[in-house]
Design a protein around this ligand. Structure first.
Ligand code: GLP
Length: 237
């Protein structure tokens, strides 16, 4: 299903309510989160809702689609730190309920196994790369991949340099990501994309062929995917 909202803020609020839906579902399994400029405001709405009228966060357990590896604890770009700052601490989640890649010391298979042990992912929220990547599954990633380590391409290094003004010695060179197969095993998938920079990827993912060249196109094969877009991201549909 595709929903298009007039403003990015409306799309973020809709995504937050999807997060709430998963948070209120006490069946086993994890909520899969993604970090990035698109999901940050989504998490802020979730925390605002919690602040307005607290809900029971005791049963909530989360995992994350990706993180950088080989970076020191507290590194400015750390996805795990962002997840802890944006969700774990504000919602008071128990530390053991934050199943995050940086606890696995680069062991992608161990990360995937722990997710399975915790009942799998009941809802995975995804951002979308401008080239159609999901997690760190870049164009060309085989569609059947499990969680794996991946060298960071120049595009991601450029984004990091822009966002954090990282000197070369602090630039992560590798990531750990859920694979496309891991993502496809989630019960539900919610993709949030805003802005004109995502429009071509949104068009290709939703209207183009399913191909490794456009990783998000594989989501056409999942039975329960919700795309939440603003007008700019949906402009080419
Ligand atoms: C990044 C991350 C993803 C993220 C996506 C979109 O490269 N690996 O986890 O969801 O790209 O990021 P943004 O929302 O900042 O555009």
């Amino acid at each position: 299903m595709i929903r298009v909202f007039e403003t990015p803020q409306a799309a973020y609020a809709a995504a937050a309510w999807q997060w709430m839906r998963a948070a209120l579902d006490t069946s086993p399994g994890l909520i899969g989160v993604a970090t990035g400029t698109t999901t940050t405001p989504v998490h802020a709405v979730v925390v605002k809702l919690f602040g307005e009228a607290s809900f029971d966060t005791e049963p909530i357990a989360i995992c994350a689609v990706d993180d950088y590896i080989g970076i020191p604890a507290g590194h400015i770009a750390s996805c795990g730190e962002r997840v802890r700052a944006q969700l774990v601490r504000p919602l008071g989640l128990r530390a053991e309920n934050a199943v995050l890649p940086d606890r696995f010391d680069g062991d992608a298979a161990g990360y995937e196994a722990e997710i399975a042990r915790r009942g799998g992912i009941k809802m995975q929220m995804l951002g979308l790369g401008g080239d159609g990547h999901i997690g760190f599954n870049y164009p060309g990633t085989p569609l059947g991949t499990a969680a794996h380590r991946v060298p960071l391409p120049q595009t991601t290094r450029d984004t990091l340099a822009r966002l954090y003004a990282l000197p070369a010695e602090d630039m992560p060179s590798e990531g750990l990501t859920l694979g496309i197969r891991s993502i496809m095993m989630s019960g539900r998938i919610v993709v949030i994309a805003t802005g004109s920079g995502k429009a071509e990827a949104v068009r290709a993912a939703l209207r183009g062929p399913v191909t490794e060249k456009m990783p998000a196109s594989v989501l056409q094969l999942h039975r329960d995917v919700l795309w939440l877009l603003d007008g700019a991201a949906a402009a080419l549909l």
